[in-house]
Design a protein around this ligand. Structure first.
Ligand SMILES: O=C[C@H](O)COP(=O)(O)O
Length: 328
């Protein structure tokens, strides 16, 4: 087990230069296509492709934990709930389970909250090194006045968020107004300063996989550090076909520029086996470097619960009731 965990969960995380973006190239955008039926056929084969068992499965699940943006985005969030979530982010897997697996110091990738909860989360995570991510720009619809969306980013950075999850204007994609999408994303990136920016495409509202591919490229050209599928509030959130399209857009961008852009599937990912499918997809399409939390995150509010149950089952042979794992 210790060999597995050292290779699977603790690969060296070398500092990568940020994606600076590129000038908008509309010809290149127009050349981007997506073969929907081929993508859907390939995505349908993904869940069964890798069957990892026993120690290997536990190692993949620990890796998944380190890549979770542990999230609470509810209208009834309280400081108490955010503090409990942060305690869970510091120690996502019970100490006795970590001991039995021969690992220590496992933490989640980040904690993701609304603006008003940033200061509480920063305080609760002090000393842990875990960054606070804030959803921004009028999340989830992104339809508030532009200057307020930019100001919201600036306020969140001032409050201590080190990562900003912005939402794009879906209408710019639906009307093929690529210049407007590029300008908006570039302004958001500038407002973030040193904080990393994740561009939420809200793929369930973009109409086609071709639009997803084109919006992914535009956001990367405008300097996105990550591209993210969904807010978790659309009726369709992260899916495997959409992930395939976005991951391949990241690969094409890397091949063309040498810059690494991260990927964050979000919304509705709540099962340990789905987490393994996503990790395997990243490994197959982008390689091991994209299995590190600086390039891959799950946006998830309840995935950790199932992973902890599966790890407990791995150790004890029995499943605990999910109410024993109330946060995450
Ligand atoms: O970005 C994170 C999502 O809002 C979380 O969605 P979820 O509650 O379906 O896991």
């Amino acid at each position: 087990m210790s060999t597995l965990t050292s290779t699977q969960t603790q690969l060296p995380q070398l500092h990568l230069p940020r994606n600076p973006g590129l000038p908008l190239d509309l010809d290149r955008v127009a050349r981007v296509q997506a073969n929907t039926s081929a993508i859907e056929r390939r995505a349908a084969t993904l869940p069964g492709r890798r069957s990892v068992k026993k120690d290997y499965q536990a190692a993949w699940l620990l890796k998944a934990v380190t890549c979770i943006d542990l999230t609470t985005l509810s209208g009834d969030d309280t400081e108490g709930r955010v503090r409990r979530l942060c305690a869970k982010a510091r120690q996502p897997i019970r100490a006795d389970i970590q001991d039995a697996l021969g690992v220590s110091g496992i933490q989640t990738g980040a904690v993701c909250v609304y603006h008003d909860m940033i200061e509480t989360a920063v305080d609760a995570l002090q000393g842990s090194g875990i960054p606070v991510a804030a959803v921004s720009t009028g999340f989830p619809a992104g339809l508030s006045p532009f200057h307020l969306r930019v100001a919201e980013i600036e306020e969140s950075v001032k409050a201590g968020a080190r990562e900003i999850d912005i939402v794009i204007s879906r209408r710019h994609v639906l009307t093929q107004n690529w210049q407007a999408l590029y300008d908006e994303m570039k302004a958001f990136r500038e407002a973030c300063g040193d904080a990393h920016v994740k561009a939420i495409l809200a793929t369930g509202e973009l109409g086609s996989l071709r639009n997803v591919a084109r919006a992914s490229l535009i956001c990367m050209m405008a300097g996105a550090d990550f591209i993210k599928t969904s807010t978790g509030k659309e009726s369709v959130n992260a899916t495997l076909p959409v992930s395939l399209v976005m991951i391949r857009a990241i690969r094409d961008y890397f091949d063309a520029t040498g810059y690494h852009v991260g990927y964050k599937p979000a919304g509705g990912i709540s099962k340990a086996k789905d987490a393994i499918t996503y990790l395997a997809l990243m490994k197959d399409e982008l390689g091991n470097r994209w299995l590190q939390p600086d390039l891959f995150r799950f946006g998830a509010s309840s995935l950790l619960n199932d992973i902890e149950r599966q790890l407990e089952h791995h150790i004890t042979g029995a499943y605990s009731a999910s109410y024993r794992h109330p946060m995450g």
